[in-house]
Design a protein around this ligand. Structure first.
Ligand SMILES: Nc1ncnc2c1ncn2[C@@H]1O[C@H](COP(=O)(O)OP(=O)(O)O)[C@@H](O)[C@H]1O
Ligand SMILES: O=C(OP(=O)(O)O)[C@H](O)COP(=O)(O)O
Length: 384
């Protein structure tokens, strides 16, 4: 089955809906990393150059279903796009009953996860998205692992559904990079999306030589090894799964951690040996000894795959672990692939983008790609 590409389709005068991944990190309403927006621009410009009447859509964060939440509005993204494209990009809040737009114009649909049925890939909602366009373009590589109405369902009902240039480029680049990687292959998986990431570690553990864990993922492995993790982010029902993965691959656990008593920016940080974490404390970063040890493992790696910060890198007191690892990757001779919404923000923050061999817009999607599964959004395009 072949994949239809947007580049190969005549879009002149057609209404085109592109599913983007505009799920960018925000602080006080401001975008802190525009990497995903920059990556989407070539596809948007191409569609406009081809004469499309263009609608863009995306999710942002994880709002409660069916509820508008102004903190998760795509308004900052519409402003960013207007400036980047040097033309107005209105944000449309009511669009499910139809939108009037002319060739050469572009508009952004408000956060698709405000719609009931988006997360559950509801057919009726997917049909309404499909009826907004002549051509549906999937260009959200970072969300291609989610089966939702705007990623999978819409492709089923759209008259024409195809892959956008970012999706195609990511699949191509990651496929080449992961074909016969230089060993040892080290994966670093951190961050807060514990359940969806832990599910892919099983397969990842079969492909890599060692697995460095941080964030909520590390806490699951620490708990499964019998350490107290107190109030730390982790999922108790995944401890058995973590135990099963730990026997398959070398997972060096943190020997020290930075803890605090609350998840707030000005919480007092304390470095503790891993066996000294108290019931009322939460682990918010790897400790300095662990960071040095992990950095050494990275320097000796042939290939590094990185998704997920190993601590709450947004806050100075808990950013050292992620900074040390980002610097070690940058200084290593390994072929390095890094991806994920917040990982991109960390890469920007620590100024190491130029030293990464390949930066992907996907985090969970990139891990699932490494796992070897066909991503659901891609499967939907191939079934057309
Ligand atoms: N120990 C920790 N406890 C709580 N949150 C953490 C911890 N370590 C990292 N995080 C948070 O994880 C978030 C990123 O997670 P995730 O979305 O899974 O990564 P990515 O977007 O790169 O795939 C960051 O906002 C970071 O603050
Ligand atoms: O940011 C994303 O994934 P990532 O954090 O794995 O990079 C995607 O936009 C998917 O978001 P979701 O994990 O809320 O479905």
């Amino acid at each position: 089955m072949t994949l239809l590409h947007m580049q190969d389709i005549d879009l002149a005068g057609k209404s085109v809906l592109i599913r983007e991944d505009f799920n960018v990190p925000l602080k006080d309403g401001a975008i802190t990393s525009a990497a995903r927006l920059e990556a989407a621009l070539p596809g948007i410009r191409l569609a406009l150059d081809k004469g499309a009447a263009l609608l863009l859509c995306s999710h942002l964060g994880r709002p409660s279903e069916g509820q508008f939440d102004e903190h998760l509005s795509l308004a900052p993204v519409a402003d960013w796009l207007s400036a980047a494209l040097k033309r107005p990009v209105p944000l449309l809040r009511d669009y499910l009953d139809g939108v009037t737009i002319q060739a050469g114009e572009v508009a952004l649909l408000e956060n698709v996860r405000f719609n009931i049925g988006e997360k559950t890939n509801d057919d009726t909602l997917a049909q309404r998205y499909a009826s907004l366009c002549d051509v549906f373009v999937m260009d959200a590589f970072g969300t291609a692992h989610r089966s939702e109405a705007s990623t999978v369902g819409v492709a089923k009902f759209a008259k024409v559904a195809c892959a956008g240039p970012l999706l195609a480029a990511e699949l191509n680049a990651l496929g080449k990079a992961l074909d016969n990687p230089t060993r040892p292959l080290t994966a670093i998986v951190g961050g807060s999306k514990v359940s969806s990431k832990l599910a892919v570690l099983n397969a990842l553990s079969e492909r890599c030589d060692q697995l460095i864990v941080g964030g909520g993922i590390a806490n699951c492995f620490l708990a499964s090894a019998g350490f107290t993790v107190g109030q730390s982010l982790y999922e108790a029902d995944l401890i058995d799964a973590a135990r099963r993965i730990a026997v398959k691959v070398n997972i060096p656990l943190p020997i020290d951690v930075v803890v605090a008593k609350a998840l707030v920016e000005d919480a007092a940080p304390k470095v503790k040996s891993i066996d000294k974490v108290a019931d009322d404390e939460m682990i918010l970063d790897i400790g300095p000894k662990t960071a040095v040890h992990f950095a050494g493992l990275l320097k000796d790696s042939g290939t590094i795959l990185w998704n997920g910060p190993v601590g709450v890198f947004e806050w100075a007191a808990f950013s050292s672990g992620t900074r040390t690892l980002a610097t070690a990757i940058a200084e290593s001779r390994a072929f390095s692939i890094a991806g994920g919404g917040d990982t991109l923000a960390a890469i920007d923050k620590f100024g190491v983008a130029a030293q990464m061999s390949y930066i992907s817009t996907g985090g969970g999607a990139f891990l699932e790609f490494v796992e070897g599964k066909t991503l659901p959004a891609l499967a939907a395009l191939m079934e057309k």
